[in-house]
Design a protein around this ligand. Structure first.
Ligand code: TXA
Ligand code: MG
Length: 350
């Protein structure tokens, strides 16, 4: 690794204790660094330093009113950031932290407006990646970190992806290897009348129900509750924008039964087509670039963003993705693919 002081901006560092301490020092000095988490890589800044937080928005090209998730070393830090903590939220923190669950709670006055987009709530989580936890423990305070991609693009799941997205915009990137979960955390909003999942993730509504004894509402699902109960305005969640997590190449979701035919038709018209699928390709169609995807949902999630990034880099005319199976374990993935399809093909301006 490069020695402190001689480092080039944006360099990828093995996660030695020296590098972790240096990353903490950079955060204390108001700079931004790439940080591995178990979900996706984050773009980290000192959450109590508004100027440092503003660098996140500049580096990502993200609108300033989009709130950030604050990462904590442990649940003991909650009272500094959250003004009221419902007992169900405490139970969920005990059950799933460290891990891929973000809780939206009412914030304390100490939290800068820059972090929350001026809202009276804050997103909090304790990540389980050992390097993220080590950095948080050395830093000993909250680290604001959105996914370390340019706004609207595919989230990074390796240190090299972060470098590709942000280059010298970050002071350094801690290399924690490929992310184990591979898609962003489940976001559960506790700030309004009933708990509601704003963004699906590896922790499902069923997992949450097992801990709190009731299934949370899920944004976008048919409402079983009376309309009066949902009158409070919904908070802003950039991950809830229809066009998000998007490759530059136009992307279509196609049912397994039509996939081979659809791909062959496009290829016959002269298009270069990349396919991500469980289905087996037509063995004699060499015009297609076929990438096999895992049939287990956890392994699929781990692979998804790296595969999307890889096929996007081929500059094909189309990416076809086999539509996913039904079932709770596939829902967060279906959500991401749906958004990737809507946002795809936008070139360099998301
Ligand atoms: O897994 C993750 O959550 C990753 C890793 C780095 O921790 N982070 C991540 O951050 O996905 P980001 O900024 O890309 O997505 C966080 C989402 C955004 O859509 C944001 O709008 C929403 O969380 N969010 C943050 N604070 C919120 C709040 N107070 N109310 C509602 N939504 C909030
Ligand atoms: Mg993001």
């Amino acid at each position: 690794m490069s020695s402190p002081g001689t480092r080039t901006r944006g360099c990828i560092e093995p996660p030695t204790l020296v590098a972790i301490r240096e990353a903490a020092d950079l955060l204390r000095a108001g700079d931004i660094v790439g940080m591995p988490t178990e979900t996706v890589y984050g773009l980290a800044a000192d959450a109590l330093n508004p100027e440092a937080v503003s660098k996140i928005f500049a580096a990502k090209g993200r609108p300033a009113d989009h709130p950030l998730i604050v990462h904590l070393p442990s649940a003991e830090h909650l009272p500094r950031w959250a003004a009221s903590i419902p007992k169900d939220a405490i139970a969920l923190a005990r059950a799933f932290w460290p891990g891929p669950l973000t809780l939206i709670l009412k914030r304390t006055a100490e939290v800068p407006d820059e972090v929350t987009g001026g809202q009276d709530t804050i997103g909090l989580r304790v990540p389980s990646h050992p390097i993220a936890l080590a950095l948080l423990q050395v830093f000993d305070s909250g680290i604001a970190a959105p996914s370390a991609n340019r706004f609207g693009r595919i989230s990074p799941t390796t240190a090299a992806h972060v470098h590709e997205e942000l280059g010298e915009r970050v002071a350094m990137i801690l290399d924690g290897g490929p992310c184990a979960v591979g898609i962003e955390s489940t976001i559960l909003d506790f700030s309004r009348d009933v708990p509601e999942i704003l963004r699906p993730g590896a922790i499902t509504p069923e997992d949450i129900a097992r801990v709190i004894g009731r299934r949370p509402r899920v944004r976008g699902e048919v409402e079983p509750v009376p309309a009066a109960a949902v009158s409070a305005p919904a908070p802003r969640v950039s991950g809830a924008l229809a066009a998000h997590y998007a490759p530059r190449t136009p992307l279509r979701l196609v049912n397994a039964t039509q996939l081979v035919e659809h791909a062959a038709l496009l290829a016959a018209e002269g298009s270069r087509v990349a396919v991500l699928a469980h289905a087996t390709p037509n063995p004699d169609d060499s015009r297609l670039i076929w990438q096999a995807m895992p049939s287990d949902p956890a392994a699929y999630a781990q692979d998804l963003y790296a595969s999307l990034r890889a096929v996007d880099a081929l500059n094909a005319d189309f990416i076809l993705i086999e539509a996913l199976p039904e079932g709770p374990a596939w829902r967060a993935l279906a959500d991401r693919l749906g958004r990737a399809a809507v946002g795809s093909g936008a070139g360099d301006s998301p």
